[in-house]
Design a protein around this ligand. Structure first.
Ligand code: ADP
Length: 302
């Protein structure tokens, strides 16, 4: 590496460290949560708050303090899309039942204008979907230019639930990791920044959350007896998550592993990751495609 490149790298690193400190993070969330080589899902303390040592109140304050910027950047992205731009962002949320995907959608994605958000959740494939390649329904749901797409579950179910329950033989799911990497490279090249978030809840916390659903009539609708069947396969799911994180955390579309026993932390972490990505797009405002002064005159005379 040339000295110049090394110096630039160092300066960038220092800057992101300073930015992190200024906003309350000890380590920038992109760095603290990113899945790299040697990552082991079994070692993740699901109650931890990597990169953040300030506690809940400060986390909630920061989430609120950054809401305006998040919303402003989303509006710029939307405006760019309206003006012929091709860029978009795709937030991929994966997690075991009760991990808090819905809460992220409400509390983080909910901070921006809904008209700029395209939310899709992926359940058991329909008969029509089953007749197609597994990426067929995913491609159809990709965000339009200028939008933030949110996948509540995603193509990764095809190497998670499908692998654990042997819904297709290994020869069929095994090549999917590479295929998914190629797919994400393709959509990235076309202008979509992919932000992948694995919400990691603990076995005990999942039980507590499921128990709550059974104790409160206003939560019955969220409870499905089948959730307990999947819970019984916890070790197999952790293995499937490990394989997914090992094989599909690429430099193009890295995974972020987010301990999710503290909902306040998961929400802060995802909002900061999203904010980071939007800041990185360096979004301006589109130029007027009309003569502003002439329009002012016309309007004044009208
Ligand atoms: P959630 O549990 O996310 O609130 P649902 O109750 O609709 O939403 O559950 C979706 C279910 O669909 C999950 O159990 C998930 O594993 C399953 N699912 C999603 N994608 C697939 C797939 N490709 N093949 C089989 N099952 C899938």
């Amino acid at each position: 590496m040339s000295t110049l490149v090394a110096m630039a790298k160092q300066a960038r690193h220092k800057k992101s460290g300073e930015d992190a400190e200024a906003s309350g993070w000890d380590v920038a969330p992109g760095e603290a949560l990113r899945v790299g080589t040697g990552f082991d899902v079994h070692d993740v303390d699901r109650g931890a708050t990597p990169g953040w040592s300030r506690g809940r109140k400060d986390a909630e304050r920061l989430l609120a303090a950054h809401a305006d910027e998040l919303s402003d950047l989303q509006e710029r992205l939307f405006a760019e899309g309206r003006s012929g731009g091709s860029r978009s962002v795709l937030l991929v949320l994966q997690g075991m039942d009760t991990a808090g995907k819905g809460g992220i959608v409400r509390h983080v994605v909910g901070l921006v204008d809904p008209q700029g958000v395209q939310h899709r959740s992926f359940g058991v494939p329909t008969a029509e979907e089953r007749a197609q390649h597994y990426l067929w329904r995913i491609r159809k749901a990709l965000p339009d230019p200028g939008h933030i797409g949110v996948f509540d579950r995603s193509h990764y179910e095809d190497v998670l639930v499908v692998r654990v329950n042997e819904l297709v033989p290994p020869e069929e799911w095994e090549p999917r990791y590479d295929e998914i990497n190629a797919f994400e490279q393709e959509i990235t090249d076309a202008g979509t920044t992919v932000v992948k978030v694995a919400l990691l809840v603990s076995h005990d916390e999942q039980k507590a959350r499921l128990t709550k659903r059974l104790e409160r009539p206003d939560k019955f609708w969220k409870y499905k007896p089948a959730d307990v069947d999947e819970r019984a396969k916890w070790p197999a799911y952790q293995e499937a998550y490990q394989a997914m994180l090992d094989r599909t955390s690429t430099s193009t579309a890295p995974w972020h592993a987010i301990p999710a026993d503290n909902k306040w932390f998961a929400r802060l972490a995802v909002s900061e990751l999203l904010l980071d990505v939007l800041r990185g797009l360096d979004l301006g405002w589109p130029e007027a495609d009309f003569d502003v002064e002439a329009e002012k005159r016309r309007l004044a005379e009208s």
